[in-house]
Each structure stands twice: as structure tokens, then as C-alpha cells.
Design a binder for this molecule. Sequence first.
Ligand SMILES: Nc1ncnc2c1ncn2[C@@H]1O[C@H](COP(=O)(O)OP(=O)(O)OP(=O)(O)O)[C@@H](O)[C@H]1O
Ligand SMILES: [Mg+2]
Length: 226
Amino acid sequence: MDTKIISVVGEKGGIGKTTLNIILASNLFYAKQQKIVLLDADNPQYSIYKKRNREMEMLDAEERAGLELYPIEPVTVQNLQDAILKYYGQVDYIILDLPGSLNVEMVKGLMYVEHVFVPFDHDELEIDSTSHFYFTLKNNFLDNEERVLKSIHLFFNKYKLVKRNKFAVLRQQFKEAGIPMMTSVVKDKTIYKERYRNTLYPIPEHKERGEKDIKHFFEEVSQLTK
Ligand SMILES: Nc1ncnc2c1ncn2[C@@H]1O[C@H](COP(=O)(O)OP(=O)(O)OP(=O)(O)O)[C@@H](O)[C@H]1O
Ligand SMILES: [Mg+2]
């Protein structure tokens, strides 16, 4: 099996990395029937791993027995490579959730990732921090033959329709700086942090039909990792 290793990753805290790694994982597994594993490298928080355990505790024994789940594994810098080797060739996607700073976990984790998706929102200061992050990745991982990174994609998370002009200006600035951006966006929606950020089911397709809805983001991720 041709395994792709992907991650929604970024240098800023609270920008939606974990939220989108979970939503993406659940979409690929439950809606697209892809075999996946989600590796939680956000040591020592392990918020995804703990969340799955909490979600399971909410179910009764019968509900639990009927569930088909994708695996979620907490990993450390020391056992990350073993975890990747365990699943490599066995799944379609290995999805890695990393911490929000360029620390040893992130650098070690990025050595294995093939496609990264970098979220950011409309704050004008973000153009500096996000472009700095992009060029750090490009110089150290993309333009380095010893690394496996194949592509870096930036996208707007917490996109607000009312601020679409601000987002358009930012998009133009990134274009001028030579930084590749995804055409799809992820909107700012409460359901993404409440009911649909879960590891047990996907976002129902009929809920997301609009031009700027998250299904376009899923499709673009699938295209870009083909
Ligand atoms: N598209 C979205 N719409 C609404 N809320 C969102 C969206 N994406 C993320 N959030 C919210 O933003 C906050 C931060 O998200 P999250 O924990 O996923 O970020 P993170 O980048 O993983 O943070 P950290 O750096 O701490 O790991 C959470 O409250 C989450 O629910
Ligand atoms: Mg996180």
C-alpha cells in the first residue's frame, strides 16, 4: 500500500492544527474509506489520544462493540520512527499531530512528513510569522534531498465571510511573496470545535454544500497528496 504521511502543522499555537488533523482523519476514514492512523505527538498534552478515550467512555458497551475505529497512538520523539514503521505500507495515510512550536518534537516529526498543510487566519501579523515558517520549512526540509518533504500548502482557517476582503488582500500578499496557497478555506464555525471535531464520525456531507464549505478543503487535500 502506498502510504502518505501528512500533517496540519504550524508554528503558532491555537491556530487549529489539532482540530483539523482530527476532522481530516475522520473524513478520510469514515467518509472516504481510507485506512489511516492518527499519531498524537503533542507530548505531554496528548489531547487527541485523551479525547478518543473520553468519547469512548460516553458510549455504552453495545455501541462500543459495533464501532469500527481508526487507531490513535500517542508517540514521543523516541518512538515516533517505530510507530511510523509499524504503519508504513499498512495504511493509506499516516496523520501526525505535532506541537505548536519549532521544538525538538516538531523538527523530528517533520523529518518524516511528506505533505504539510499550514493553517493561518486573517491577522496581518501572521503574514510575517507564517511566511517565516514557510521559508524555514522550504529551506530546511523541502530543498533538502535528505528529507522526505514533498509539498507545503498554506490555507486560511477560521475564515470569515464578513472579512473576505481582508483575506483577499492577504492572499495577494502571499502570492507576491511566492508562497503557495490552497484555493479552499476552512470557515470559522462552532460545529468544527464542538460536534464535528470528533474521532468517531465524519461531518455529514449534506451539511456542507456551500461554495466555501469544508468538503472543498478535503478534496484539495486528496488532490495534493495523490
Ligand atoms: N475552523 C474553526 N472554526 C472554529 N473554531 C476553530 C476552528 N479551528 C480551530 N478552532 C478553535 O481554535 C482553538 C485552537 O484550536 P486547536 O487546539 O486545534 O489549535 P492548535 O493549533 O492545535 O493549538 P496548539 O498549538 O495548542 O496545539 C480551539 O478552541 C478550536 O476549537
Ligand atoms: Mg494542537
